[in-house]
Design a protein around this ligand. Sequence first.
Ligand SMILES: C[S@@+](CC[C@H](N)C(=O)[O-])C[C@H]1O[C@@H](n2cnc3c(N)ncnc32)[C@H](O)[C@@H]1O
Length: 479
Amino acid sequence: MTQPRRRPARFSRPRTPHPPKPKGGPGRPPVDDPARQAALDTLREVRARDAYANLLLPQILRERRITGRDAALATELAYGACRCIGLLDQVLDACIDRPLAKVEPALLDVLRLGCYQLLRTRIPPHAAVASTVDLVRAGHGSRSSGFVNAVLRKVSERSEEEWLDSLAPDPEKDRIGNLAMREAHPRWVARVFADSLGTTGDELETALAADNERPAVHLVARPGEITAEELAAMTGGEVAPYSPYGVRLAAGAGDPAGLDPVRERLASVQDEGSQLCAVALTRPKLEGEDSRWLDLCAGPGGKSALLGALLAIQGGRLDAVEKAPHRARLVEQSTQGLPITVHVGDSRSPAALGLESGTFDRVLVDAPCTGLGSLRRRPESRWRRQPSDVGELTKLQRELLLTAVDLVRPGGVVGYVVCSPHLSETIGIVADVVRRTGVTALDTREAFPDMPSLGDGPYVQLWPHRHGTDAMFCALLRK
Ligand SMILES: C[S@@+](CC[C@H](N)C(=O)[O-])C[C@H]1O[C@@H](n2cnc3c(N)ncnc32)[C@H](O)[C@@H]1O
């Protein structure tokens, strides 16, 4: 069977602000298939209300008391389908004789869920189709269930590989487009990865594939309270390979918020890459004073807490600035008992916050960014971000870094961090600020001792497929 190639379908936006809810409502899922219903409700909220799947699904599972195999299935289906939305839509587009934008959004959610089961799980095709059709019949009636049945049967006529062979761009002509579709990424994101890695070869494929793996949860042991070894013993995790304070839990190890050391504030959840970037700021040697540190983008407080704990040991104080009041409150909560002053306001107007030029020994700018470095943790985010987001973010990033250079004292150190490999957000910003201000770019690799595969420097780009961390970028500059 040959299918005509169709224009790629986009991540569909809601046509109606309040799509019909399945019968039973979110609090009362059908008793016979709680896992698929939970996955479907997650897909609907992600589409219709811009919900974050990784926050919503655990809440649904808790509220409905879904545990064990059902919880595992719901997680696999919800996160898996969210990661692949663009790929699923291209396959569905080839199976439906009207544009996807004309399909009722609630039915499109069901089709995505069914299509995902057919293409990317070991669920037998007849079970995948029948269980999905049952969900529609319960919520939408028999006409809709007939439509879903017909479309999914068409999907089931080919394997994922066969669909990809038919729909993905020719790899000889467009290798990036081909890999992007095979690894379920928008093409522009695959291009960003290729530009940063400097290759469209095998490593690009590995990097994209790593975003589809379920990541391990990383904990940070609070310095001065508990060691990484003690934390690993208490949690059953493993001491992290690179961060002196890190512990890695197995992927899917359950909710870390319930662990005793986390509840007792001896540890918190923090990607090992984030830990390393915060610690990197503290590594270059300074002449003279080293007691006034500043975090210009503090919310929700992960790096402030680590820096504050280190200052509590060596003596000193951290000023932490956060623009969003609710995130500033999170900083206060996560840094209780540490020598930290939290300021609510815009870091680009430091005088209004009482922060004086040239007075800080070390300044961190952990800037807002596209987050393309943590796609593995946020299943749907790769389809939500747009290339047009980058321009506004880079303007803000440049302004924040220029402010940091102004606030640090001569001889002091600035750390610029983003969770992204996008060259415009990383070396593009740093090169521009170095040129404008005359600060010195330090060999940032020296602040990441014993880490392999850090490239030619001077800056550091971490990668999930190389280091098991988020794709954090870090540049250290001396004034
Ligand atoms: C990447 S997050 C920082 C993460 C944080 N450092 C941590 O480790 O938990 C960026 C933060 O900067 C804040 N932000 C954005 N623009 C800002 C500005 N002009 N001034 C201060 N904070 C800002 C955002 O609200 C967001 O909380």
